[in-house]
Design a protein around this ligand. Structure first.
Ligand code: NAP
Length: 295
């Protein structure tokens, strides 16, 4: 006889809780997307916003060990600090140094990073990369310019190098941060990784993929890559901006004007969320239901 899925057995007795840990959290799109997914699959779970300042982080994480808690998503500014509070951390999250998804299993908390594979799934949705037989995505024909070396960029750098990009160039205002990340990634995966702190030094036509993982453009109309430098790249370049609010950053507007294909970070938000949903429930995420909540 088939064993009843663990999630179904748990929701027979009580309603489960899962939520977003961060400071701030009110702006997040995750509740509407995740709640719709639980509802669509008939899983009795509530996705909540857990505003958590740094001094309350330990108490919040401890509360997840209660049997009615499935786990959590983690956002700014706790993705790094929370890693130390996990009972077990997935190898990719350890390499990246950040956890964005916590899964509660039998009193133990497991930390994962779904931002990195979520970015690759998002790129694949935009026809970038090839899905391999083992389900992984290969970017071996691409050269990537990654703007930023903060938390999101760290995940992206490991994801891109793990997907075998031919060459990765990390551009960050703080050069030391870019150099450290480049060295870590190159040591792990062995592909050529370079670092710069001034986009002026980007060699023309080196990229087929430009990814913004800085926060430039989120609160202002600035661009992390001046138009005259973006113009050095060919029309086949794909520009991805992890920022999704505003939906059209200055970088994306300029890319579009230059005839390049481009997309904002909503697809990454969707796919990292879908991977988290599957980790919590053991079930495929209803992508279309989740996507509809982001439009
Ligand atoms: P973070 O750790 O604070 O890193 C910020 C990055 O932006 C650093 O590389 C920083 O450079 C750079 N930066 C900030 N202000 C700058 C300026 N004025 N000029 C040049 N560079 C500047 O933030 P994060 O967590 O990585 O997030 C970065 C962005 O990705 C945010 O917009 C976030 O919303 C987005 N994001 C989206 C998703 C998604 O699912 N779509 C997921 C995660 C993050 P320095 O190192 O020089 O300070």
């Amino acid at each position: 006889m088939d064993k009843e899925p663990a999630i179904d057995a748990r929701t027979k007795t009580s309603s489960l809780h899962v939520g977003l840990i961060g400071d701030p959290v009110a702006h997040s799109y995750s509740p509407r997307m995740q709640q719709a997914a639980f509802d669509a699959l008939g899983i009795k779970a509530r996705y909540e916003l857990w505003h958590t300042p740094a001094h309350a982080l330990l108490e919040r994480v401890s509360s997840l060990c209660d049997e009615n808690y499935l786990g959590a998503n983690v956002t700014i500014p706790h993705k790094e600090a929370i890693l130390e509070l996990m009972d077990k951390v997935d190898p990719l999250a350890t390499r990246i140094g950040a956890v964005n998804t916590i899964v509660h299993r039998d009193g133990y908390l497991h930390g994962y990073n779904t931002d990195a594979p979520g970015l690759l799934d998002a790129l694949h949705e935009h026809d970038i990369g090839t899905r391999q037989h083992d389900g992984t995505i290969s970017l071996k024909d691409y050269t990537a310019v990654l703007l930023g070396a903060g938390g999101a960029a760290r995940g992206a750098a490991f994801a891109l190098a793990g997907a075998q990009v031919a060459q990765l160039i990390i551009v960050n205002r703080n050069l030391e941060r870019a150099q450290l990340l480049a060295a870590e990634v190159q040591q792990t995966y062995g592909n050529p990784v370079f670092s710069l702190n001034d986009p002026q030094f980007l060699v023309p036509h080196t990229a087929s993929l430009i990814i913004n993982a800085t926060s430039v453009g989120m609160h202002d109309e600035q661009t992390p890559l001046p138009a005259e430098i973006l113009a050095r790249f060919g029309p086949n370049t794909f520009v991805y901006d992890m920022i999704y609010n505003p939906t059209q950053t200055q970088l994306l507007c300029q890319a579009r004007t230059m005839g390049m294909r481009s997309a904002n970070g909503l697809s990454m938000l969707l796919h990292q969320g879908a991977l988290a949903f599957t980790l919590w429930t053991g079930k495929p995420a209803p992508l279309d239901v989740m996507r509809a909540k982001l439009l």
